[in-house]
Design a binder for this molecule. Structure first.
Ligand SMILES: [Zn+2]
Length: 458
């Protein structure tokens, strides 16, 4: 018994030291390389202690959390963290840029072919981009395996492809290959038809080969364009689906028919706005992937899941049908989350996250809620949720922001990713772990969803 007590006592002392003070959660190790002119120390200390980093006092939040920004010189930077009783030493290496790199600079200049060539995609879901850069919001469309393009040149590892007579886009060279023994030829449209039922409006276009196409949404419908089409002005065929989109998808059928389907807004009952609405809740990260780590040591994945579960129970009480992309602390890939939601045929996809900052923005005084979307159709809900959540929580409203994030880009429904707060901000962190605060967050989400449906449901 005595031994047990001693062990327990030692454990409590040890746990106390580790969890409730003198804890640095970032940088994650005492010897790291950071390629930035600044970074920050994030962690917590017992409130009554004074904490210094290289003799500069660290400002402690009432919760004990802190975020302390430091400048980095090239080479080795040494930081001594001192709470008056103990010291920790961090060595941060900022790499010195190489002066005369021996590797030749990448071929950045555009090359134009003497004669255009035919290339064909060798993967599914290949991004067609507006610029030869593998990042950001430059995606025009995702195209399937076997789509035929006419390439007129190359640039920065991309083929420059024709989109009709005057337009062009870019396809990564590792997602397509030259189609041997082929001559340039345009596609023929065999027929096209508009159809509709109570749930959706459809366009079917039958072709003799898979050509590049784009579908873009706005508040009054979908604009569809097919490129490299024979017997059409500018080698382009255009069509439209009229009505406000509530999610849409496009795909080639096995018989070569391109199908574009746009969901109608549901007819809602003003008494039970959320009844029967299909909602995917996507708690960010999980398992081996912790996401951001808060000043107080909390992991983003755990807070995301707590908020998600709280939201699920409120939505189910209101009669909604809910799919969770994860229910526990397990790892789920981004594609799997998207596939689950698309298979569920969700009306709304809502991803729950909490934010951090990169080293290069360490000195930004970031706080509050931001709502991210990719397609214009989701901007309205993103705006409403950013406002409805911050109305309930008192957090700063960071508004709706367009960003190319996989979960909101590949889902076929209205999709928003909510960054509820900044875990690297001590004040945000201390609130985000509070159950009452989390309850306010989900009240705000419910309010926002209801407002969105009310102003759109017919
Ligand atoms: Zn996250």
């Amino acid at each position: 018994m005595k031994k047990r007590y001693l062990a327990l006592l030692l454990f409590l002392i040890f746990a106390g030291n580790v969890s409730f003070g003198f804890q640095i959660v970032y940088p994650k190790k005492q010897s790291v390389t950071i390629n930035s002119d600044k970074t920050f120390f994030i962690g917590n200390e017992k409130k009554y202690k004074t904490l210094k980093i290289n003799n500069t006092a660290v400002k402690l939040h009432p919760s004990g959390g802190f975020k302390h920004v430091v400048k980095l010189d090239y080479g080795q930077n040494v930081f001594i963290i001192d709470n008056g009783e103990q010291k920790q030493t961090f060595k941060i290496n900022r790499p010195i840029p190489a002066k005369n790199s021996s590797t030749p600079p990448q071929q950045l200049k555009a090359i134009y072919y003497e004669n255009p060539i035919v290339i064909i995609t060798t993967k599914e879901n290949v991004p067609l981009r507006s610029t030869p850069v593998d990042a950001g919001l430059n995606r025009l469309q995702h195209l399937p395996f076997g789509t035929e393009f006419i390439a007129i040149g190359e640039e920065r590892g991309f083929y420059r492809v024709k989109l009709g007579r005057d337009g062009f886009g870019f396809i990564s060279k590792d997602s397509a290959q030259k189609f041997d023994n082929s001559v340039i030829s345009y596609a023929n449209i065999q027929y096209s038809a508009h159809k509709s039922n109570k749930d959706e409006k459809l366009v079917e276009i039958s072709l003799d080969k898979k050509v590049p196409y784009t579908v873009s949404d706005n508040n009054s419908g979908l604009d569809i364009a097919l490129y490299n089409i024979d017997n059409h002005l500018y080698e382009k065929y255009e069509d439209h689906i009229v009505g406000k989109p509530f999610g849409y998808s496009s795909y080639y059928n096995n018989d070569g028919t391109l199908v574009i389907s746009m969901k109608n807004f549901p007819k809602v009952n003003p008494q039970y706005l959320l009844k029967n609405l299909k909602i995917t809740i996507d708690p960010g990260h999980g398992g081996s992937e912790s996401g951001a780590i808060g000043c107080l040591g909390d992991k983003e994945k755990d807070i995301n899941l707590e908020i998600a579960k709280n939201l699920r129970s409120k939505l189910e009480k209101a009669g909604a049908k809910v799919l969770m992309t994860r229910e526990d602390d397990s790892y789920v890939g981004l594609n799997e989350r998207v596939e689950k939601s698309n298979y569920f045929n969700a009306d709304i996809f809502l991803s729950i996250h909490n934010n951090a900052l990169p080293d290069s923005a360490a000195d930004r005084d970031a706080t509050g809620t931001e709502a991210y979307y990719f397609y214009p159709q989701s901007k309205e809900l993103a705006n409403i949720l950013a406002k409805s959540v911050t109305d309930k929580t008192g957090f700063k409203n960071g508004g709706a922001r367009g960003k190319s994030l996989a979960v909101v880009r590949n889902t076929q429904s209205i999709a928003v990713l909510l960054e509820v707060g900044y875990l690297i901000n001590p004040d945000d962190n201390s609130k985000l772990i509070n159950k009452d605060f989390q309850d306010n967050v989900t009240d705000g989400i419910i309010d926002g969803l209801e407002r969105y449906l009310k102003q759109n449901g017919i």
